[in-house]
Design a protein around this ligand. Sequence first.
Ligand SMILES: [Zn+2]
Length: 140
Amino acid sequence: MTGDGRPRSDLPEVDAFTRTYWDAAAEGLLLIRRCRAPGCGRAHHYPREFCPHCWSEDVTWEPSRGRATLYTWSVVHRNDLPPFDARVPYVAAVVDLAEGPRMMTEVVRCPERDLRIGMELRVAFREAAEGLAVPVFEPG
Ligand SMILES: [Zn+2]
């Protein structure tokens, strides 16, 4: 809940499967999923229990290096859902992780005029709630 009692829209649902991911995030580590099927071996994000490329269920957790490049972004000036309403303007972004997966996130600590397609980013974490950190990206 936000300070004024309205429900928040930014908190993920943590279930038995994604618990590993969120526990790592709280420690400052971004996890991705890596397929171990012969001939595939691709990484993906967000975490799924099977590989979205070949449907194999032989998929494991792997720490990401936390490096990415900016694919595209949109500066959000209006969002009525808490807590985003208190955070505008913010930079909603899609980034390409060094390991391959494309990820929806937010770019922080970067003025809008400095945003460039392909710019180098590194993961940072924002504490969204007690014990819950969400990955964002900053220049670096
Ligand atoms: Zn696969």
